[in-house]
Design a protein around this ligand. Structure first.
Ligand code: HEM
Length: 291
């Protein structure tokens, strides 16, 4: 059977119980209702990457993990933004913002610098995840590489003193790098350009009482989700954007950029080329105008 037929068969099996929900109040009600749990194809797609961490966990397992997380400690974002050096001249802004996101998430996980280069690996794992619905394995090379980096990280600050297995620690770290890297990079880039973008634009849910499946489409008011699964990194994300916009100005090269949103699981702008300049400096591209 061809891969396409397999996919269509799976979709047809799910359809009778699947609803797409976009009405704001209904989305809100579903996100707040504990009967509606994380479920469905996303678990199949991202399970090997996220393990049994907070993003994939359901029911009492999810409640226990949120309790373990508690009020998250935040790194010194202002110092990280100050130390950040954008690529001089015209550059790929998404790549620069991914570098900044890596610095921030490294600091969140207690090891600044340890996540350099990890954004590309995570992005690759997430981009290939939909192919798992066709029965293809997730990119094993990338997953092994990611696991190696994760195992070298210290115990995350909020878990120090708790008695956890190596697998539980791995899944906490994986949940954070997956939840934080691509989303931060995409959001920072879009906000610098001045384009509205939802890095996570849909969420899967299953009603444990009725078996009903829903794809919940998010709007700006639910950018960070809602209810008992609301994003744990919202403060970090909002404060980082505030600091970056306060300290940098972006000069976009419109002819070199493609501002369409792309991505099946997470969303980002296709390509942003420009020059990122500290607020108190002139862009290099305007050097010729100097008297
Ligand atoms: C602009 C950046 C971000 C956006 C738009 C975003 C969005 C979201 C959304 C929509 C959810 C809900 C998922 C669901 O209900 O199934 C979520 C969950 C989560 N986010 Fe974020 N996020 C961002 C950045 C971050 C950062 C920086 C971190 C870590 C420091 C983080 C950690 C988490 C975690 C751990 C969860 C899972 C919460 C749970 O299932 O209980 N996120 N995020």
């Amino acid at each position: 059977m061809t891969l396409l037929r397999k996919l269509l068969k799976r979709l047809r099996a799910m359809l009778p119980k699947l609803r797409i929900v976009w009405d704001y109040s209904e989305v809100d009600a579903i996100l707040r209702d504990r009967d509606w749990q994380m479920a469905g194809p996303v678990q199949r797609m991202l399970g090997p990457l996220l393990g049994e961490g907070v993003i994939m966990a359901t029911g009492s397992a999810h409640t226990a993990l949120r309790r373990q997380l508690g009020p998250m400690t935040h790194p010194d974002l202002s110092a990280i933004v100050d130390a950040f050096e954008p690529t001089p001249g015209l550059a790929d802004i998404s790549a620069d913002m991914m570098r900044l996101a890596e610095d921030v998430m490294g600091a969140v996980l207690g090891s600044p610098g340890a996540l350099r280069g990890v954004g590309a690996i995570v992005r690759r794992c997430v981009a290939l995840a939909p192919f798992r619905l066709l029965g293809l394995p997730l990119d094993r090379w990338a997953l092994r590489k990611l696991d190696k980096v994760l195992s070298g990280l210290p115990v995350p600050p909020w878990l120090v003193g708790q008695d956890l297995t190596a697998k539980q620690l791995r899944d906490w770290r994986a949940s954070f790098v997956v939840a934080g890297l691509d989303t931060l990079a995409a959001d920072l880039t879009a906000q610098l350009v001045g384009v509205k973008l939802l890095p996570i634009y849909w969420l899967p849910r299953k009603n444990v009482a009725t078996g009903e499946l829903a794809i919940v489409l998010l709007s700006e008011g639910h950018k960070f989700g809602g209810g008992f699964r609301r994003c744990a990194g919202e403060h970090v994300a909002r404060e980082l954007v505030r600091l970056v916009k306060e300290r940098y100005r972006l000069y976009v090269s419109v002819s070199d950029s493609d501002l369409r949103p792309v991505g099946a699981i997470t969303q980002r702008l296709a390509s942003v080329v420009g020059e990122l300049v500290k607020q108190d400096r002139r862009p290099r591209s305007q050097d010729n105008d100097l008297p």
